[in-house]
Design a protein around this ligand. Structure first.
Ligand code: BGC
Length: 405
């Protein structure tokens, strides 16, 4: 039998643009209107209005924490114009969580940007960073008395690679130079944001907050043991998994390590070009594993391997996302149980993991893939916005409530 400690955090995550609906002032909405994306987010899950109903479900499922993002473009739809009514909205969201004994974990950047910010060059311009930092300071001042856990930036490398290397997310560019620039600028933004948040808490004489990023980690594995593949795995692990974490650790700007883990990346590289080394994966289904509905390899052991590697940094770890999109609810539960087993094994071997946050609480808008992929613990009927709790969610609830599998 597996046992988790009684103070372990159990919860699920969402992000504003994927669930709220009507985020008309951000760059995603703008791109959606341009018709280049598969689907538009439009009303999404109407979580902006239905959050209390959704949190009641989270409570029923035994969650004691919940991760969500504050949408910058709602707070500051035009440069320098801050909307008190939207700040008030997030006060209500947090109060609703707290009244149910659910600890908020607040993300400040989850892929979307205000249109005015992206039109001026967004994260490609270091000097524009001050706008994000002004927003961060405002949010820290507003919510410091009710929020302990912060995620400054969600998956910086997923953002920079999808938006500037692969070109599949706004602004749809394909430039290695810009990808590197944006990545470095995001690292700088986190470092400054971390210091700003801590200063706000110090000035107010509040208990130290816990500030981190949510880093997307992948289990990079070899398809065939060629030299090219070995170099690819080495580079991907160094750059993709560790670059950010190590850069922020050097500046002492992580209080915990937030990790988002989904599965395996099986490297099989066609030639020595840098894009190939960084991106090529096996096309022939060698070493087959079960897959989610987007075709991603399900690989719970990868989580264990990564956690053991992260042990050397001696920081507490929070699983800020882990999840599967599938129509097969038995597979969903297998996925969750498999990852919890591996997680527990790492804890037994001395890794300090203090919480598990599933992605996602509810089915939602999966960016360029639209509404097809279903990651939720809760099914959404997009015709009428009806919420239905999946059986897998109830099984996870038993674990959250008892700490036992
Ligand atoms: C992101 C989420 C996304 C999920 C599933 C993570 O990369 O933070 O926004 O929905 O993965 O793809």
């Amino acid at each position: 039998m597996i046992k988790f400690s009684h103070d372990f955090l159990w919860g699920a995550s969402t992000s504003a643009h994927q669930v709220e609906g009507g985020n008309i002032h951000n760059d995603w909405w703008q791109a959606e209107q341009g018709g280049v994306l598969k689907e538009a987010s439009s009303q999404a899950c109407r979580h902006y209005e239905l959050y209390a109903e959704d949190f009641a479900i989270a409570k029923e499922l035994g969650h004691n924490c919940h991760r969500f993002s504050i949408e910058w473009s709602r707070i500051e739809p035009q440069e320098g114009v801050f909307q008190d009514s939207e700040i008030e909205h997030y006060h209500k969201v947090i109060a609703e969580l707290k009244s149910r004994g659910i600890e908020p974990v607040v993300t400040l950047h989850h892929f979307t940007n205000p249109v005015w910010f992206s039109q001026r060059g967004g994260w490609t311009k270091l000097k524009l960073q001050r706008y994000f930092l002004r927003f961060v300071e405002k949010m820290a001042k507003e919510f410091s008395s009710v929020v302990k856990f912060w995620v400054t930036i969600n998956e910086p490398l997923v953002y920079s690679s999808h938006s500037y290397l692969l070109g599949v997310w706004p602004p749809g560019e394909r430039s290695l130079f810009k990808t590197v620039k944006v990545t470095l600028n995001l690292a700088q933004a986190h470092i400054q944001a971390y210091r700003i948040i801590h200063k706000v808490y110090q000035d107010k004489k509040l208990e130290r907050p816990m500030v981190s990023i949510a880093a997307n980690l992948q289990a990079f594995e070899l398809c065939r043991p060629t030299l090219k593949n070995k170099l690819a795995v080495y580079l991907r692990h160094k750059l993709y998994n560790l670059y950010f974490i190590e850069a922020l650790l050097r500046k002492r700007t992580l209080d915990y390590i937030g990790i988002n883990y989904y599965g395996r990346n099986l490297a099989d590289v066609e030639n020595w070009g840098i894009r190939h080394l960084l991106l090529d994966t096996c096309k022939y289904n060698h070493h087959p594993l079960r897959k989610n509905s987007l075709g991603w390899d399900i690989y719970p052991q990868g989580l264990y391997k990564l956690l053991i590697l992260l042990k050397k940094y001696s920081l507490p770890i929070l699983i800020t996302e882990n999840g599967v999109c599938t129509e097969d609810d038995d597979l969903k539960w297998d996925y969750i149980r498999g990852h919890l087993e591996q997680l527990n094994k790492s804890i037994e071997e001395g890794v300090n993991v203090f919480g598990y946050i599933y992605w996602s609480l509810i089915d939602n808008f999966e960016w360029d893939k639209g509404f097809g992929p279903r990651f939720g613990l809760v099914h959404i009927d997009y015709q009428n916005q009806k919420r239905t709790i999946r059986a897998s969610a109830r099984k996870l609830a038993e674990v959250s409530k008892s700490g036992l599998i």
